[in-house]
Design a protein around this ligand. Structure first.
Ligand SMILES: N#[N+]C[C@@H]1[C@@H](O)[C@H](O)[C@@H](O)[C@@H]2O[C@H]12
Length: 447
């Protein structure tokens, strides 16, 4: 199927980053520390004991990086704001120098006709709030709404799209159930409550935005279609449980105002009885859904694997990325079509899509990342196929502009269109940057 001209005029072609992963200098100009600053400075938590102290030094190189974006021809750029730069204590006092950094960044983007899409929360909760219970505290949605209001008032005259929370599932499950992300908790009784408070935070911020905002607001979910590793009833049931655990746990409250029936069975006594009034507040407050798509799950029943009785197994008969994730572009089409057929075809953006590969070393200031070019070509084609099926897709944000701090993987995994090494801070173009520039110029992959 040709999707060369699937993309409509005005389709957004962007790149995505996040504050802690690229900015560096996290305590500059009066900023308060985040849970990721504390977590990465805890020995043994991050590969190579890497931290975000340097990252891509974007806090001091923003003008250079905006020039890279303009040279690519981006018409949009998704980035996050570090809560602690703006509110060092998480609440109350505004740190004007921190807010000024983001004011300047937005103005520089607009000078280049690049539309900002701002993520309010990309996992870097101020430690001051974490020390008051963090996302486990029932006050946390109100903390977030107050923080969001500061940003709406400061920037909504120039920012056309806001993302409230990036991947609440990852923040809750990796941070509070598996303990491999900040704050490093591994407590079965935390993940469900943290997820609920993140969804309530999203809803409260949307409510504030409805009163004072003039543009669009949404949320970005990591969506991963699940497929049984065999046609056995056990594997099919396991895939369905993992679909509830990863996808419907978030989609159903946001669109239907209810959690999947499978959740109490998955979590047992660790699943609270949430008030129905909460679920009504969470239902449908947003203007769009952001889809972060990377791969699919290939699922096998495994009674020993708590809490699902299912494990995602790595296929040996399919190409995979450096993260061990199968390259499966059809999963993007299927995920987008599911939003159309099961969730009312809401306005949607691909708020993240990209891949880490073991890039070759640079030769004459260029990296020949053929694997990433193929991954991007196939996934952008898959997005075009969904558009041709009537999916209400408005834009594509490539993850990521720069090689950056990949959370618990540190700097060992490279997702960027430009190679960056923290100790050198050069931006070395990859073949995928040239590829993406051509996609944008031709508004599709048909070139
Ligand atoms: N892993 N991986 C790459 C990427 C991560 O760097 C982003 O911060 C997350 O939003 C999402 O997990 C995807």
């Amino acid at each position: 199927m040709s999707t060369d001209h699937a993309f409509p005029p005005g389709f957004l072609w962007g790149a995505a980053t996040s504050a802690y992963q690229i900015e560096g200098d996290p305590l500059a100009d009066g900023a308060g520390p985040s849970i990721w600053h504390r977590f990465s400075h805890t020995p043994g938590r991050v590969a190579g004991n890497a931290t975000g102290d340097l990252a891509c030094d974007h806090y001091h190189r923003a003008q250079e990086d905006v020039a890279l974006m303009a040279n690519l021809g981006l018409n949009a750029y998704r980035f996050s704001i570090a809560w602690g730069r703006v509110l060092p204590d998480g609440r109350g006092r505004v740190n004007q120098r921190g807010l000024d950094f983001y004011q300047r960044l937005v103005d520089r983007l607009l000078e280049q006709d690049i539309q900002p899409m701002i993520t309010l929360y990309h996992w870097d909760l101020p430690t001051a709030l974490h020390d008051r219970g963090g996302w486990l505290n029932p006050e946390s949605p109100a903390w977030f709404a107050d923080y969001a209001q500061v940003l709406f008032r400061a920037l909504d005259d120039r920012v056309a799209a806001w993302v409230t929370i990036n991947e609440p599932w990852v923040a809750a499950v990796l941070g509070h159930l598996e303990g491999v992300h900040a704050p490093g908790h591994a407590d079965a009784f935390e993940a469900a409550r943290v997820t609920h408070h993140l969804l309530l935070a999203h809803a409260e911020a949307c409510a504030v935005y409805r009163a004072i905002g003039a543009h669009q607001i949404g949320i970005a979910l990591n969506l991963e279609p699940q497929y049984p590793a065999s046609d056995s009833a056990a594997d099919r049931a396991a895939a369905d449980r993992r679909d509830a655990f990863i996808n419907r746990w978030l989609l159903d409250p946001l669109f239907f105002g209810r959690y999947p029936e499978a959740m109490p069975a998955i979590f047992g006594p660790a699943w609270p009885d949430f008030p129905s009034a909460d679920l009504e507040r969470i239902r449908r407050p947003a203007d769009f859904i952001g889809v972060n798509y990377y791969s699919r799950g290939w699922v096998q029943a495994d009674p020993s694997a708590w809490p699902l009785g299912a494990t995602r197994i790595q296929r040996t008969d399919a190409p995979s990325t450096a993260m061990g994730w199968e390259v499966y572009p059809n999963g993007l089409t299927e995920t987008l079509l599911r939003l159309k057929t099961q969730y009312g075809n809401p306005p949607a953006y691909i708020t993240e899509n990209g891949a880490a590969f073991e890039d070759p070393a640079p030769v004459e200031d260029r990296v020949e990342d053929a694997h990433r070019v193929a991954y991007l070509r196939d996934h952008i084609t898959a997005a075009g196929a969904a558009l041709q099926e009537g999916v209400n897709l408005r834009g594509y944000f490539l993850w990521s502009l720069l090689d950056n701090f990949e959370w618990a993987e540190g700097y060992t995994k490279r997702f960027g269109l430009y190679r960056v090494d923290p100790e050198e801070q050069r931006r070395i173009p990859k073949a995928s940057a040239d590829f993406y520039r051509k996609v944008i110029a031709s508004n599709g992959v048909g070139m």
